[in-house]
Write a protein that binds this ligand. Structure first.
Ligand code: MEV
Length: 311
């Protein structure tokens, strides 16, 4: 029997821009997808049953990518502490954990790079044209400087952090109506109409990503709150933040904090998880209570995919 754990992620800066070859800085977080997997002779058994469809199509994709005949003889228990569909990489973490499980049971040699590639194929099935940052950070863990040069060339570097990020929390602005794929297509349409404008936003975004990088490397103590605010402004200019989320972010700023959408965002209703920085937890938690929101501490830079044999 296998126990497979893969973390979710938060993007510090570079979301959307990363789809177009600009860098992104992502971190694995302390929220996870857990799978318990064993061989099962009588076909596919999934717990909870509602996850069966997703699990089945992901297994099919993995076998197909491995050029094997699909084999569904598994019993799989799925448990997740990552909010689903809110920009924290829940689908990528699931894709990584599932790919790792199927590869372990196949007769192919174990290779974490191959797991990442298989997970990317599953991600494409859900999201159309993802950058691959979500599955890569979930596989590798830590902090990643990531750049997609082309479909076949994706460069990344794991950052050895000198200066830790603290006072970080998550507040859920609500599950977006749109999927990641829809949000990526929305930005694509804007890019096709107003290329200069969007390229300018992406270049500014790259400056923010570099600011975070310098902070983590201990080279320059850029103010984290300032970087978060700047990233959020750029995402608003891209049109991926809903009206209610913009309002919420402004209110967090008014009480001395900073907040940003992390991931694809959403416009019709809400924009998913907000990464929030505040020096005074008491103030933030009182604010959250007043607005009937949950505020949770989040730790960045956690380890990536872990596969254990258990009995
Ligand atoms: C990923 O969480 C968010 C986007 O940058 C899409 C991608 O990188 O695939 C919007």
């Amino acid at each position: 029997m296998l126990k497979v754990i893969a973390p979710g992620k938060l993007i510090l800066s570079g979301e959307h821009a990363v789809v177009y070859g600009y860098p992104a800085l992502a971190a694995a977080v302390d929220r996870y997808v857990h799978l318990i997997v064993k061989k099962n002779r009588s076909g596919l058994l999934v717990e909870p049953f509602q996850a069966r469809g997703v699990v089945k199509s992901a297994i099919q994709k993995v076998h197909f990518s491995l050029k094997e005949k699909p084999n569904y003889n598994y019993s799989i228990k799925v448990h997740s502490t990552i909010p689903i569909g809110c920009g924290m990489g829940s689908s990528a973490a699931f894709a990584v954990a599932l790919s790792a499980s199927i590869l372990k049971y196949s007769n192919k040699p174990w290779n974490a790079g191959l797991v990442n590639d298989l997970a990317y194929e599953i991600e494409k099935k859900y999201h159309g044209q993802p950058s691959g940052v979500d599955n890569t950070i979930s596989t590798k863990g830590g902090y990643l400087w990531y750049r997609r040069e082309s479909e076949k060339v994706k460069l990344f570097h794991q950052i050895e952090v000198r200066k830790k990020l603290g006072n970080l929390y998550i507040i859920n602005s609500g599950k977006p109506k749109e999927s990641t794929g829809e949000m990526v297509r929305l930005v694509r349409r804007l890019y096709e109409k107003r290329q200069l404008y969007v390229k300018n936003v992406f270049s500014e975004m790259e400056k923010v990503s570099r600011g975070f990088l310098r902070y983590l490397l201990g080279e320059k103590s850029n103010e984290i709150a300032g970087l978060i605010k700047e990233n959020q402004k750029l995402l608003e200019r891209l049109g991926v933040v809903s009206f209610s989320t913009k309002k919420l972010v402004k209110e967090i700023e008014k009480i001395g904090g900073a907040a940003k959408v992390s991931g694809a965002g959403g416009v019709k209703r809400s924009s998913g998880i907000l990464l929030v920085f505040h020096r005074d937890y008491g103030k933030l938690s009182e604010f959250a209570q007043r607005h009937s929101l949950d505020v949770e501490k989040v730790v960045l830079g956690r380890r990536g995919l872990k596969v254990e044999k258990i009995n």
